[in-house]
Design a protein around this ligand. Structure first.
Ligand SMILES: Nc1ncnc2c1ncn2[C@@H]1O[C@H](COP(=O)(O)OP(=O)(O)OP(=O)(O)O)[C@@H](O)[C@H]1O
Ligand SMILES: [Mg+2]
Length: 307
């Protein structure tokens, strides 16, 4: 987006211990009063978690598991019932902890009569972007999210995908080091989701930390370095994606035009070594590949004056 962003250092190679965690949660707990007689609902339950700087971190869990509440605690929008939360070492209860944080809320409400550019400009001013840099920064960030052609249109006329992009632009306008995206691809089509994944990886390559929630696990797997899974507010799993999904005790081979005779030979060859050939499957294209290929074909057909 800006020159400063393009030139930002890439992820630090130093060991995690040398750099403070971007987010540090210790015993974080949040109760909401629900109903009469002081009945409480524990939305976040004794959560201890660390989000390393310079990584993409996925916060996962079923609906109602406490992801958005955790994010609001990190942002200081809610006060914890117990425990603590620090952003780059600064407690979330202090205003300065938010200075370097960009936030895309789930289901953001944007004033629909503003144009995309006016909306981003409004957030830029709220976040203290210097007046002299306002116009250039707004233009850059709108270009960065691919909305230049629609910047003058009212936000009320935007599609869901465009709303998420303008939401991303407002989250990034003040050049934050930590970017928190609560379901950035909710309701976005596969091509738009792939664009948002690419943007997330670009944010990481610029040295930023990204905390993301999403129910699209394939997307999470592609962009995240680490994930945590919550269930009823409790941490049930945390770790590096590569370690969680990698199976070093199995290998897959893709071969062309294997005949039944050759397959039998392969089985016999493995059996002679006391090992089984565990499964033979017909590889299938993923539906998103088919979707992206066909949409691209239709669009290039239109450009060439085809039907
Ligand atoms: N302001 C509130 N008052 C009362 N209960 C709340 C409030 N905000 C959230 N909750 C409850 O806290 C629990 C966690 O909600 P939260 O929104 O954090 O879940 P989530 O993991 O983000 O879910 P989703 O995937 O649907 O976005 C839910 O049971 C929810 O109903
Ligand atoms: Mg949520």
């Amino acid at each position: 987006m800006s020159a400063a962003l393009e030139n930002a250092p890439s992820s630090p190679a130093a060991p995690a211990a040398a750099t403070p965690a971007a987010i540090e949660l210790r015993g974080l707990t949040k109760d909401f009063p629900v109903g009469l007689r002081g009945v409480k609902l524990r939305a976040v339950d004794n959560l201890t978690l660390s989000v390393p700087a310079g990584q993409v971190f996925g916060l996962l869990g079923p609906n109602g598991s406490g992801k958005s509440t955790t994010i609001k605690l990190v942002l200081g929008l809610l006060d914890p019932t117990a425990g603590e939360c620090r952003v780059v070492g600064v407690p979330s209860t202090r205003v300065e902890s938010r200075r370097n944080v960009g936030y895309l809320p789930e289901a953001p409400y944007f004033y629909r009569y503003l144009s995309g550019a006016e909306l981003v400009r409004f957030y830029a001013r709220v976040c203290g972007v210097p007046r002299a840099k306002l116009d250039a920064r707004v233009k850059e960030v709108i270009e960065w999210v691919g909305l230049t052609g629609a910047a003058g249109r009212r936000v009320g006329t935007y599609s869901k995908g465009m709303l998420q992009r303008i939401g991303l632009a407002q989250a990034l306008v003040h050049d934050p080091r930590l970017v928190i995206l609560d379901e950035p691809t909710a309701g976005v089509d596969p091509a738009g989701s792939a664009d948002i994944s690419a943007m997330i990886l670009r944010l990481k390559s610029e040295g930023r930390t990204v905390l993301i929630t999403s129910h699209l696990l394939a997307q999470i797997e592609d962009v995240c370095d680490r994930i945590a899974i919550l269930d009823k507010g409790r941490l049930i799993l945390e770790g590096a994606v590569a370690e969680l999904v990698g199976r070093r005790d199995r290998q897959a081979l893709i071969v062309e035009a294997l005949s039944p005779g050759e397959l039998a030979e392969l089985r016999a060859w493995r059996a002679a070594r006391g090992r089984a050939l565990e499964s033979v499957e017909q590889p299938r294209a993923r539906l998103d590949e088919v979707f992206l290929r066909e949409v691209a074909r239709a669009e290039s057909g239109r450009k060439e004056g085809g039907p």
